[in-house]
Design a protein around this ligand. Structure first.
Ligand SMILES: [Zn+2]
Length: 501
């Protein structure tokens, strides 16, 4: 029959025709953050191809219906959809080229994203083991007549997805009951935001211009979440930096976090993980700046792209091998210096990295000397995470006293940071020389006390009425559950900032 013949011919023809990829429709998105209109002129969105949420290995899915790709006006729901989706795709594409092959989300093949989960000035990542659905959660809140959406900011999206990426490559950190592991998770979120932003070509040009090539100056790349910072500043001016939520261009020097108060104004360091994260983020920005200058006498935006990939690779290699211990910052730093000495970097960045960490006290001078004397060929090549199946996905548990916390039992099990060290290095103390490393049990007790003091623990039915601190104002990152007859402290989520109620 003629009709079916024609159909068949057409089919053959279309099968034989060369496949030409259809260009993705364009959508309008932000480069890094919608910005703080009080501090800077309004920013103009850029146009990018509509993001493919399903691309592996780091697929994600925003809840709700997908608006047809188009250039939407900033301030509309459809604009925000693509602002979130494009920012997450940028982060997912970046890290998927850096992480060991076979790395997958902890929550399954697709990371769910709730673009607006209610009223708050916050966002969080969770595995979804407790009351929240797994994945990323963003919020909105009206402040002084203006409604802020945390998911509209690429800085916040890339920070939250950073938690999910780090959880994919080093799941043992999730429940590690030590201040430095929790703070490093926050720093990784901020580093993820900086590195993801730098994948936008126009943004690289702007940052080089703004900093005159000295990248550790305050700039749009160092300032995290200007808009959310502006919203929080209205109600709690001392909780955030004057120009953003957190600025990696800061002058904080390492202190043993167990000697710091559990909270403090943004101008001081506290043991609160977001606050303490700023020490590591600052060293990272210093290192990025130094590595960029090594590329040529007048490094370009392309050199900056190369630098961003190199430092991310060194960071991920180090995370794969650094043991999880109470003084985790110094271990990651030492392993970054070591990773920079192996191929393909071959020592090019070694001195920059070492001096960046010494300058912040994350490595003591003695530590820096120790790393230099280690034979790189003895350094283990296999990442601890590459064999995720070979090592347990969580740290061992130990019992600590819960007498002060108003629980129905007197002891509480927590996951302690007690991997074996490869480098006997520590951070610098403020007096002279290196700090004495804390014991895992002691570090766990200290972090637990901090969490209860800040009201970050949901004790649920295990709290005794009328005893212990009761806070309903803070976002609760941890929860007490019962496992095999013991009360166990578990992490519920990593959030992006500070909720003061
Ligand atoms: Zn966070």
């Amino acid at each position: 029959m003629p009709t079916s013949k024609r159909k068949s011919l057409n089919k053959t023809k279309s099968h034989d025709a060369p496949k030409v990829a259809k260009p993705a429709a364009l959508v309008a998105v932000w480069e890094d953050d919608p910005g703080d209109p009080k501090l800077q002129p309004p920013l103009t969105p850029i146009q990018v191809g509509a993001p493919n949420q399903a691309a592996q290995p780091f697929a994600f899915k925003l809840g709700g219906s997908i608006p047809p790709p188009a250039i939407y006006q900033a301030g509309t729901t459809n604009f925000r959809f693509y602002a979130t989706a494009a920012a997450l795709r940028r982060t997912a594409d970046f890290w998927s080229k850096i992480v060991p092959s076979g790395t997958t989300w902890q929550v399954g093949k697709v990371l769910p994203v709730n673009v607006d989960d209610g009223v708050d000035l916050n966002a969080f990542y969770t595995r979804g083991d407790f009351q929240d659905g797994p994945g990323l959660h963003f919020f909105h809140e009206a402040v002084a007549g203006r409604t802020y959406f945390s998911g509209e900011s690429p800085d916040i999206c890339c920070h939250e997805m950073g938690h999910a990426v780090l959880d994919a490559i080093r799941p043992q950190l999730f429940d590690a009951q030590t201040i430095e592991a929790a703070a490093f998770h926050e720093s990784f979120g901020d580093m993820s935001a900086m590195l993801s932003d730098l994948q936008v070509a126009s943004f690289r040009e702007e940052v080089i211009q703004e900093t005159e090539g000295t990248l550790n100056r305050s700039s749009r790349v160092s300032r995290l979440a200007e808009q959310l910072g502006a919203a929080i500043r209205v109600q709690h001016p001392d909780l955030v930096d004057p120009d953003c939520l957190r600025n990696a261009a800061n002058s904080f020097f390492y202190s043993d976090p167990q000697t710091l108060p559990p909270s403090a104004p943004a101008s001081s360091l506290s043991s609160e993980p977001h606050s303490f994260s700023r020490v590591f983020s600052a060293a990272f920005l210093d290192a990025l700046a130094g590595m960029f200058k090594l590329q040529s006498s007048s490094p370009t935006a392309d050199d900056l792209e190369t630098t961003s990939r190199d430092i991310a690779q060194i960071l991920v290699n180090a995370i794969g091998t650094a043991p999880i211990v109470p003084d985790y910052y110094s271990q990651v730093a030492a392993h970054m210096v070591a990773a920079s000495q192996t191929a393909p970097f071959d020592g090019k960045y070694k001195d920059v990295l070492r001096s960046s960490f010494v300058r912040r006290g994350i490595l003591s001078l003695q530590a820096a000397a120790t790393i230099s004397s280690v034979q790189v060929h003895n350094f283990p090549k296999a990442a601890m995470t590459a064999g995720k199946n070979r090592i347990p996905a969580s740290l061992p548990k130990a019992s600590i006293s819960a007498a002060a916390y108003g629980l129905s039992r007197t002891s509480l099990m927590v996951h302690t940071a007690e991997d074996a060290k490869r480098f006997a290095v520590t951070s610098a103390s403020l007096t002279l020389g290196a700090v004495e490393p804390r014991a895992p049990q002691n570090a766990a007790e200290s972090f637990t006390e901090d969490l209860f003091q800040r009201g970050r623990v949901d004790v649920g039915k295990y709290g005794q009425l009328g005893t212990g601190p009761v806070h309903r104002l803070a976002f609760q990152t941890h929860i007490v559950v019962e496992e095999k007859g013991d009360l166990v402290l578990k992490r519920r989520a990593f959030d992006c900032g500070l909720t003061a109620g």
